[in-house]
Ligand binder design. Structure first.
Ligand code: NAP
Length: 282
């Protein structure tokens, strides 16, 4: 990387940020395309969020990714919100051209799934009802899913999210239930999206939300967990002859979408994927 007087700055704000995969992924992309950009991570204490946004704007920073704990709080400091980001109520990308917020997490997941199967007219189960589930559920609706069934340990949270997605008018069939009932839903599902942290390192031997014997071989199974690459749920999917979609692809495609928002150029996805895998030692 060759930082010059003309170099455009993009970056990440969060707290903490030191373990982020985004700097190596984006800087590899800028290097590969010979673009005069650098991506930096900024650890921003919550009480400094407003001044961080105002300061970055004043410093002519081009764009930010936003991570925990700022994804919701940051909205009040923006001038505009993308339509789906507004429905989700959380932002992970800021374009300082117009101080506009986007949520590319959900797009990242649907692009990852669509490498394997279209989402349009498909029946989708989403396990979990937290931040990742919310971002993904609205994008599943936007991409034309026929039905979405949100299953969660805390059923009230699943119900609330299902109601919010229904209210968006992007989809007319959204249901909720306890995640313990998942086996009753799998036979009629085309796509299973797991947004729970089950199976995440070091808990790689967690009991997965579903086992192979309850899956069918046409099922697409996406796990948001990316460490390990092949989670216990994806191992079960492979055993069942179902199609696995790896969590790392969500990370990759949310980055690719942010790159496009900031630069107007298509991201070099292969370069970014290699940088991610190198960083993870894979
Ligand atoms: N690949 C990517 O790019 C990407 C991006 C974002 C997040 N993620 C991953 O997605 C996962 C969820 O993130 P998040 O931000 O949505 O977290 P979150 O807001 O804390 O939500 C976690 C959800 O998982 C459920 N859950 C937690 N532990 C569980 C257990 N032992 N059994 C059953 N359900 C359980 C929670 O249920 P309750 O409501 O009942 O507590 C909640 O619905 C994390 O593993 C994260 O690393 C991946």
């Amino acid at each position: 990387m060759n930082i010059k007087g003309s170099t455009n700055i993009v970056g990440l704000i969060g707290h903490p940020v030191e373990h982020s995969f985004s700097p190596p992924m984006h800087n590899a992309a800028f290097d590969a395309l010979g673009m005069d950009y650098a991506y930096v991570a900024f650890d921003v204490d919550p009480q400094n969020l407003k001044s961080a946004i105002e300061g970055a704007n004043a410093l002519n920073v081009k764009g930010f990714n936003v991570t925990i704990p700022h994804k919701i709080e940051v909205i009040q400091y923006l001038d505009e919100l993308d339509e789906v980001a507004s429905l989700i109520g959380a932002v992970n990308t800021i374009d300082f051209k117009n101080l506009k917020g986007y949520n590319t997490d959900g797009i990242g997941a649907v692009r990852a799934i669509e490498e394997v199967s279209p989402i349009k007219d498909k029946n989708v189960i989403v396990a979990g009802a937290g931040g990742a589930s919310r971002a993904i559920s609205f994008y599943l609706a936007k991409f034309g899913a026929s039905s979405i069934t949100i299953l969660n340990r805390n059923v009230n949270k699943a119900q609330n999210l299902a109601e919010d997605v229904l209210k968006s008018d992007l989809i007319s069939d959204v249901n909720s239930d306890s995640v313990s009932q998942i086996n009753g839903y799998l036979a009629n599902a085309d796509i299973l999206v797991d947004t729970t942290p089950l199976g995440m390192d070091p808990h790689i031997d967690d009991e997965p939300i579903a086992r192979a014997e309850n899956m069918h071989d046409e099922l697409v199974v996406f796990d948001a967990v990316y460490n390990p690459n092949e989670t216990v749920l994806l191992k079960e999917a492979i055993k069942a002859g179902a199609k696995p979609v790896y969590g790392i692809k969500m990370l990759l495609y949310q980055g690719a979408e942010s790159f496009k928002i900031w630069t107007g150029q298509d991201a070099p996805v292969d370069v970014m994927e290699k940088a991610l895998n190198d960083y993870l030692g894979r």
